[in-house]
Design a protein around this ligand. Structure first.
Ligand code: ADP
Length: 284
């Protein structure tokens, strides 16, 4: 199985990736999808007079502060327009896609955090009223019912909180990582508007020397060395997936012809843990 995460940043063209996914499924590969919708959520939130607020946690990770109104707008965009546009695109290509949020059938479940410790103007602060959580459990039952009947699930945040059963915003890359882990996927392909992890985000996305082609988690190098902003969560998700038994995670561009096939064939940033080095480090 291959898990594909479709990004939600500015400038992603769904056409080539949906062509590729349909061709892969028709050739007999099983593909499950998770998608984002951050850029469109920002636009709708602005239009509705409730502009987005991003915070940086004390550990340096950026996230959307999700009060209840933001969660409602987020849900409208992710589970509504974005999800149904992907479902429509797959249906037009002959794939019987079904859109689901992580709250449906409790597919994505985990603890919610209603307050977040952030750094604002160099000072630590606690913000209350957040609805953000982390996927720690993937309940595959509903997905298996659909898969076994020939449907292709198209998943998105929000998830559901384990105790209160409240909807919560979760990071899509890390949710996709948990899904890949639950199915022991052969690969997790994370597609976005960049060709992979770049050494210098300002040095141009078309310069091949600027791309990190491989991160071997068994080596001593710091996997977070080049990642800034939201790229840090992708690296974190990739590490979680590889550490849970997913063979390889590939960060690649959504905006090329056959983005998934080309990522599986070598393009993008390949993140894995080499057996040889792992054996050496275990021995040491
Ligand atoms: P999506 O929402 O499509 O999943 P994100 O916006 O979360 O994607 O992450 C991709 C973004 O990460 C890029 O558009 C880029 O601005 C940012 N980024 C930060 N550091 C890097 C880096 N070293 N290499 C590539 N992208 C980076």
């Amino acid at each position: 199985m291959i898990i594909v995460k479709i990004g939600g940043s500015k400038g992603i063209d769904d056409g080539p990736l949906l062509d590729d996914i349909s061709a892969l499924i028709k050739s007999g590969k099983e593909v499950l999808l998770v998608h984002g919708g951050s850029e469109e959520t920002n636009q709708v939130a602005e239009a509705l007079g409730h502009p987005p607020k991003f915070v940086t946690s004390v550990s340096g990770f950026e996230s959307r502060f999700t009060d209840r109104r933001t969660l409602e707008i987020f849900t409208m965009v992710y589970c509504g327009r974005r999800n149904k546009s992907i479902v429509e695109g797959l249906q037009q290509r002959g794939i019987n896609a079904v859109g689901l949020s992580g709250a449906d059938g409790r597919v994505f479940e985990g603890p919610i955090k209603t307050s977040v410790k952030v750094i604002e103007d160099g000072k630590k602060k606690v913000l209350r009223g957040d609805n953000t959580g982390k996927v720690t459990k993937v309940n595959t039952k509903l997905l298996d019912v659909l898969r076994e009947s020939g449907f292709t699930p198209v998943l998105c945040p929000p998830a559901i909180s384990e105790e209160e059963s409240m909807m919560m915003n979760v990071d899509g890359d890390r949710a996709a990582a948990m899904l890949a882990a639950a199915y022991h996927a052969e690969a997790l392909v994370i597609l976005s508007n960049v060709p992979g992890l770049l050494k210098d985000i300002n040095a141009g996305i078309d310069n091949p020397d600027n791309l990190v082609e491989e991160i071997d988690l068994a080596s001593d190098s710091d996997p977070y060395e080049f990642a800034k902003g939201r790229m840090k969560k992708k690296i974190m998700g990739a590490i979680e997936a590889v550490d849970s038994g997913v063979e390889r995670v590939i960060l690649a561009s959504a905006n090329v012809q056959q983005p998934i096939s080309s990522a599986l064939g070598g393009s993008g940033t390949h993140i894995h843990r080499s057996a040889a080095s792992a054996a050496v480090s275990n021995a040491g």
